[in-house]
Write a protein that binds this ligand. Structure first.
Ligand code: HEM
Length: 198
């Protein structure tokens, strides 16, 4: 059965993924309400949101290799949703940082920017992701034509900066950092391989 050209199964899959990607935020809100965020709640909120922003960004980057390698063309329909989720979590991450860690104070922002270069790196990454979110609609895709593809290649430097932002903060355990770095190397390496193969 087909409803307005969209198969009901696809609609269910879309909503399932949409709700799944919202789960970390809902769990975080629950933990905030229950006051269950450990010794440094403000920092936990910031790091959780940053972690999920990066995870959804990696998921967005995984679409092309998975589609090409396993013929999962259905994944393409969700790439925009994944990318927008990455941006949404990153924007909340910035909001939490501004509200809870520097409490909207310009002097603290300047101090953080000069004391912690990883904040500058994160800011550049977010600025690179902004035009991608703004031009993510089909109308913009049509309007920009070939330039849309060129513009959306900004996701590569942005993801490298996000990785740097993440790695710069290593304190002790770096297993997770290595895992995300390896994943990114595979996903970007795969694209280079396809390009070379022609
Ligand atoms: C204006 C931009 C940004 C600012 C000001 C910022 C700031 C911060 C701060 C203060 C932390 C916590 C450091 C700590 O624990 O002491 C952090 C962690 C993190 N941020 Fe950002 N960030 C920005 C952009 C981004 C973006 C665009 C992403 C990803 C798409 C991201 C991903 C992360 C990750 C993965 C962590 C570490 C989380 C963990 O340790 O599990 N950040 N960021």
């Amino acid at each position: 059965m087909v409803l307005s050209g969209v198969k009901p199964f696809s609609v269910i899959r879309w909503w399932t993924l949409f709700l799944l990607l919202l789960v970390p935020l809902l769990l975080l809100i629950r933990d905030i309400i229950e006051n269950n965020l450990g010794a440094d709640p403000a920092r936990t909120v910031v790091t959780e949101l940053g972690f999920w922003a990066m995870t959804w960004l990696w998921l967005t980057l995984a679409v092309t290799p998975l589609r090409k390698q396993f013929n999962w063309s259905w994944l393409m329909r969700f790439r925009r949703m994944f990318g927008l989720y990455a941006f949404f979590y990153a924007a909340l991450h910035l909001l939490a940082f501004t509200a809870f860690l520097i409490e909207w104070r310009l002097d603290l922002l300047v101090r953080e920017l000069t004391k912690r270069p990883y904040i500058i790196v994160g800011t550049i990454a977010l600025l690179l992701l902004l035009p991608l979110a703004v031009t993510s609609t089909r109308a913009m895709q049509r309007k920009l034509g070939k330039r849309w593809l060129q513009l959306h290649r900004l996701i590569y430097p942005a993801s490298l900066l996000v990785l740097l932002h993440f790695i710069w903060q290593i304190r002790s355990d770096f297993g997770q950092h290595l895992f995300f770095a390896l994943l990114l190397a595979i996903m970007l390496g795969y694209r280079l391989y396809l390009k070379k193969r022609g």
